[in-house]
Write a protein that binds this ligand. Structure first.
Ligand SMILES: Nc1ncnc2c1ncn2[C@@H]1O[C@H](COP(=O)(O)OP(=O)(O)O)[C@@H](O)[C@H]1O
Ligand SMILES: N[C@@H](CCC(=O)OP(=O)(O)O)C(=O)O
Length: 373
């Protein structure tokens, strides 16, 4: 199964971490970019479609601005990203131009993904670029991404892009051979985990934070990204990008890296987007009857099953549904604000109008906008 997944993946999102192509000492590492461009060019020549999610703007900008430390304030971090992103794209442009490959820059924030119209627009633009045979190079739009709209790390962004383009495989190139039983930099006795079955159990405890100046997400964000795209039927390969030739070798079926197997796709793109892209604005607490109606009988959520509301949200916002034990078991787009729900929770549908007047919707969350997690 491993060989089939790796050798037959047609559309591949390749995430390139900062530590592979940039360093505190030298800024960008053009030799690494050229080497990786050659390997990716060979994959394309072999018939694969590749999109790159590349880090490295901030580290490159730190060097270019002559900063001594990693920026502590957002404006300086964004200035470094702005200065570094142009250098990063220039290096990719040059490296791929030698191979006769055109590249395109795509900068995204969480806001571009959380708005359905903008999400679909990004999908169509990437599809158009792929159709032209162009190699999209994607990064977070760090220069404008303030906290509430920031994706935060490129492992997460790469997972979102894999969903956006219906990738067959997400490849995360890092500075380690894959997922170890614990951080190998901290415990040399840690061992590599070559295959991680469909991720239902909790393996995040093995994945720690970054331990390098250049890195941001660490292994924790990589495992989380693998888990999210695995829910959409996309497997993830984490492999050491420092080792020349390893990426094409592993994609040809040679041993190496950690492969996270995916579950059979059970969600449409829109439901996956609701479940895994949108950030909930509040919580709706349900009684057991409502939990059974939603989870067992595929019903919409009605006010009568609601026992409590947490947070402030507006109609149309994403919320999570908690069972009587407080466990998140569903997520959806709510048709009523938190204020309105606090007035009608527990009421029969026919009594809602007395409280709120005529309403466009009966359901608090319609089945079509609800995902059982
Ligand atoms: N269980 C683990 N297995 C492998 N690496 C781990 C683990 N836990 C933490 N790490 C750390 O995660 C780092 C890779 O993440 P990061 O530094 O963000 O690199 P990148 O820039 O490629 O994203 C490794 O260098 C390692 O120190
Ligand atoms: N957008 C940032 C990348 C942040 C990030 O996730 O970095 P890394 O953990 O090295 O992949 C940059 O270009 O520096």
């Amino acid at each position: 199964m491993r060989d089939q997944i790796l050798t037959q993946a047609k559309r591949i999102v390749v995430k390139i971490g900062s530590s592979l192509i940039a360093s505190r000492a030298s800024g960008l590492r053009p030799d690494q970019i050229e080497r990786l461009a050659g390997e990716i060019g060979a994959l394309r020549a072999g018939g694969r479609e590749v999109l790159i999610v590349s880090s490295g703007a901030i580290v490159s900008g730190i060097k270019k601005l002559g900063l001594k430390d990693y920026p502590k304030t957002l404006p300086v971090k964004q200035a470094a990203a702005a200065v570094g992103q142009s250098r990063l794209m220039w290096a990719y442009e040059k490296a791929f131009e030698r191979l006769g490959i055109q590249v395109a820059q795509i900068l995204l924030t969480h806001q571009d993904l959380a708005d359905r119209r903008r999400f679909l627009n990004a999908r169509y633009t990437l599809a158009a670029l792929i159709g032209f045979g162009v190699l999209p190079i994607i990064n977070e739009n760090d220069t404008v991404a303030v906290d509430e709209i920031r994706v935060g790390d490129n492992d997460t962004l790469a997972g979102e892009v894999a969903h956006l383009v219906d990738a067959d495989l997400l490849v995360i190139l890092s500075d380690v051979d894959g997922l170890y039983t614990e951080d190998p930099r901290k415990n040399p006795a840690a061992t590599l985990i070559p295959v991680i079955p469909e991720i239902t159990g909790n393996i995040e405890h093995r994945a720690g934070a970054s331990s390098t100046f250049e890195g941001t997400g660490g292994m924790a964000t990589k495992v989380r990204a693998a888990k999210k795209v695995g829910e959409y039927g996309v497997p993830t390969l984490i492999v050491n990008g420092e080792r020349a030739g390893l990426l094409p070798a592993v994609l040809a079926g040679e041993p190496g890296g950690s492969l996270f197997l995916a579950r059979e796709r059970r969600l449409t793109s829109r439901k996956h987007w609701i479940a895994f892209t949108l950030r909930p604005r509040g919580q709706v607490h349900l009684d057991q009857g409502a939990v059974d109606a939603l989870a067992q009988r595929g019903k919409s959520l009605l006010a009568s099953g609601i026992t409590g509301v947490t947070g402030h949200f507006e109609a149309g916002d994403p919320v999570v549904c908690l069972d009587p034990d407080g466990k998140e078991f569903a997520k959806g787009l709510v048709n009523f604000s938190s204020d309105a729900l606090n007035r009608v929770k527990g009421l029969k549908t026919q009594d809602i109008q007395q409280q709120l007047g005529p309403q466009e919707y009966e359901e608090v969350i319609h089945r079509d906008n609800l995902v059982i997690l």
